[in-house]
Design a protein around this ligand. Structure first.
Ligand code: 3PY
Length: 252
């Protein structure tokens, strides 16, 4: 029940994660050893297959690092496979409005949702010592549903969306593009959107999440009360490290 501890942790303090786009156990190891609270395996903006994403989930579990998976769409088959591999949650791109309710159904077993069941899978301990009711209860109480608010229609059905979500996550880059102020984080429409999403989340007691492109942006989000911060990615870290080392070339 890794995601249970992530949920508990989020109630105590902000949690820090990063996107993982290189589906290798070495990256999972490094991120775990660096002290990140969780990882969001990025099955939306990467070249990985669903099988590779499942391998990342397994590597995280072996290290005690919760791995959620960001998915580009409400694909019942993919979501089921990722959760059966042991994903701590599903983060849905464009996951506001009615999509949030659909997400809740696909990540939950009855009575909360419509997930199909097999106990012969990793997240159910292969059915060894687990009852159907016990597996439903454990999964439904631990798997996180994270919806990304990143389109101009963010206010549509916002209260029902909040009721369905464990985390309301702002995707600031896509949101700024869809609001017609690409890349501008401080525009009036961006501030109005953040304020409306935050108000709806607070009313429902739903923790807010956001993507932060830099450590400074992550610190700023924490100061504003956000609890689930996804800062950068393995690729931005490799790019930053590569530039740092290659800057030596000007000196040799
Ligand atoms: C966004 O900022 O649009 C995101 O989805 C974070 O990657």
């Amino acid at each position: 029940a890794f995601s249970q501890s992530l949920r508990d942790l989020m109630a105590e303090r902000p949690v820090l994660g990063t996107f993982l786009k290189i589906p290798r156990f070495e990256i999972v190891d490094i991120l775990a050893l660096s002290g990140f609270d969780f990882v969001v395996c990025d099955y939306e903006h990467s070249q990985m297959s669903v099988g590779e994403a499942c391998d990342v989930v397994r590597a995280g579990r072996a290290r005690g690092l919760p791995v959620l998976v960001r998915v580009p769409a409400l694909d019942r088959g993919d979501i089921n496979r990722l959760l059966e591999a042991g994903a701590a949650g599903i983060q849905l791109a464009r996951g506001s409005g009615a999509a949030a309710g659909e997400l809740r159904k696909l990540v939950s077993y009855p009575p909360l949702g419509t997930r199909s069941v097999s106990l012969a899978q990793p997240a159910a301990d292969y059915g060894m010592g687990v009852t159907l009711a016990g597996h439903f209860e454990r999964s439904n109480s631990t798997v996180l549903a994270v919806g990304q608010f990143e389109t101009a229609d963010y206010a549509d059905g916002i209260d029902a969306a909040m009721a369905a979500l464990d985390v309301a996550f702002i995707g600031p880059v896509d949101l700024s593009v869809d609001l017609g102020t690409p890349g501008e984080q401080d525009s009036e429409p961006m501030r109005a959107a953040a304020a409306a999403i935050e108000a709806a989340a607070v009313a429902r007691g739903v923790p807010m999440g956001i993507f932060a492109g830099s450590p400074e942006a992550a610190a700023d989000a924490v100061a504003r009360g956000y609890r689930y911060i996804v800062a950068g990615s393995d690729l931005t870290m490799v790019a930053g490290g590569a530039k740092q080392f290659s800057s030596l070339l000007t000196r040799v």
